[in-house]
Write a protein that binds this ligand. Structure first.
Ligand code: GLV
Ligand code: MN
Ligand code: MN
Length: 421
């Protein structure tokens, strides 16, 4: 049925070209032991952006960069406008520290490959198409920075004070890369400028790989809460202070982390997860009982009410743990994204592409956060996943099979053709 939606000479992407671009992008920020560190606005990221713009233009697309650093390649379009809504695809080229080469890169480079394939075949979809690399998906500053700006959800008043975990201020990081952070809200797209958004990504978990299914149609994306907790006790001599008199901030933080895990596992409905990925102990020497401990605590769930409840209960838990140990605690919310439902129209288009290519699929929720969740607030947005081998991601040995990558890119191609028809 879907074949009646569009007809074109396009059937498949150039997989060799896609693989060679994935290898080329992996060189920016490459680590000696494999994997990459390519934080947004870092020199490696900015070199990768310049490379991507060159590739976009060499592929015959229009390249442009918006004030939030989102980098676009347009086919039949060189700017956004409400009068000509585009079909948009993409992902991100920033990475977590010591991350893999496919997280984000796949969606950007497969999107570029699809648009180049369509252009070379001389196909003229009814709607213009564009590929985008969103800035700072990985949340060096808040979360999903570029797509938030694009969707009009940046808090302009907060930009000045935003700082990364390493202390670098957003305004300085962006200035070094040639951007003015105060102008980032200007990246907001005109209303109705995007007809639909679809993002190809690696699953980053084990479900597809273990099921032996090549494609996931994503039906929803988890929400994420991040909070900074500071436990304040009393610094003391680590040798002479009797154990029962200590007010050790690290032990309170550790007690909280263990109990928060139980809280989320027991009360999260089987689909909620939690992580403490940042810990600072002050003053941080072995012969002083820690007087202060800071944690960044994250909770994720695909269910909004569950996420709200877990965030509230975790905050109460922090206060209870601190009280019991004779300490104080501050809890400051850092970022929050809400779980979203993917557009049925985009899900149907991905399924139609799978049928056309004879590929099985499975419907999954995304346990990772993605820019598609911002786009879902302003347009029909959805995602598809390919298997991550061994379910590994956010680690240097993250990988997917070459065939899986090619299949994903071809499903993206046919999804884009359907959405643009
Ligand atoms: C994005 O990579 C996330 O943290 O889910
Ligand atoms: Mn990631
Ligand atoms: Mn990603």
């Amino acid at each position: 049925m879907e074949s009646r939606l569009y007809s074109s000479p396009v059937s498949s992407v150039n997989a060799a070209r896609l693989h060679s671009r994935i290898a080329a992008l992996a060189r920016f920020g490459a680590l000696a032991g494999g994997g990459v560190t390519r934080s947004c606005w870092s020199p490696a990221h900015e070199e990768a952006r310049a490379w991507l713009l060159d590739e976009i233009r060499a592929a015959g697309l229009h390249g442009w960069v918006d004030p939030a650093g989102n980098t676009f390649g347009g086919l039949g379009v060189s700017a956004l406008s409400a009068s000509t809504p585009i079909v948009l695809t993409g992902s991100h080229i920033d990475t977590v520290p010591e991350g893999g080469i496919l997280d984000g890169a796949l969606g950007v480079l497969a999107g570029l490959e699809c648009l180049q394939t369509i252009r070379e075949a001389g196909a003229v979809p009814r709607r213009p198409l564009a590929v985008v690399a969103w800035s700072d998906e990985e949340g060096r500053y808040g979360s999903l920075f570029g797509s938030r700006a694009f969707c009009g959800r940046l808090d302009a008043a907060a930009l000045e004070s935003m700082a990364a975990v390493d202390g670098e201020r957003l305004v300085d990081a962006m200035a070094r890369a040639g951007f003015d952070a105060r102008r980032a809200p200007d990246a907001r797209a005109p209303a109705n400028a995007v007809h639909a958004y679809v993002e190809l990504h690696i699953e980053q978990g084990p479900r597809l790989d273990e099921a032996g299914v090549p494609i996931a149609v994503v039906d929803s994306i988890v929400g994420i809460r991040r909070a900074r907790l500071t436990f304040r006790g009393q610094a003391d001599h680590a040798g002479t202070t009797p154990m029962e008199r200590r007010r050790d901030a690290f032990l309170a933080a550790a007690d909280y982390a263990l109990k928060a895990r139980d809280l989320v596992v027991d009360g999260g409905g089987g689909r909620s997860v939690t992580n403490v990925g940042v810990v600072h102990v002050h003053p941080g020497v072995s012969n002083i009982v820690p007087g202060r401990a800071e944690l960044v605590h994250e909770i994720r769930s695909p269910d909004a009410d569950t996420l709200d409840r877990l965030a509230r209960e975790s905050q109460a838990l922090a206060v209870a743990v601190a009280d019991r140990r004779g300490l104080a605690v501050d809890v400051v919310a850092m970022s929050r994204t809400a779980p979203v439902t993917c557009s049925p129209r985009v899900q149907t288009a991905v399924e139609a592409a799978c049928k056309r290519l004879g590929l099985a699929w499975k419907t999954l929720y995304s346990a990772a956060g993605h820019d598609a969740q911002n786009l879902a607030l302003v347009t029909d947005a959805g995602m598809l996943f390919i298997p991550s081998r061994g379910g590994k991601s956010h680690r240097i040995d993250e990988t997917s099979d070459a065939d899986a990558i090619e299949r994903g890119a071809n499903v993206l191609l046919h999804t884009l053709l359907t959405l643009a028809a």
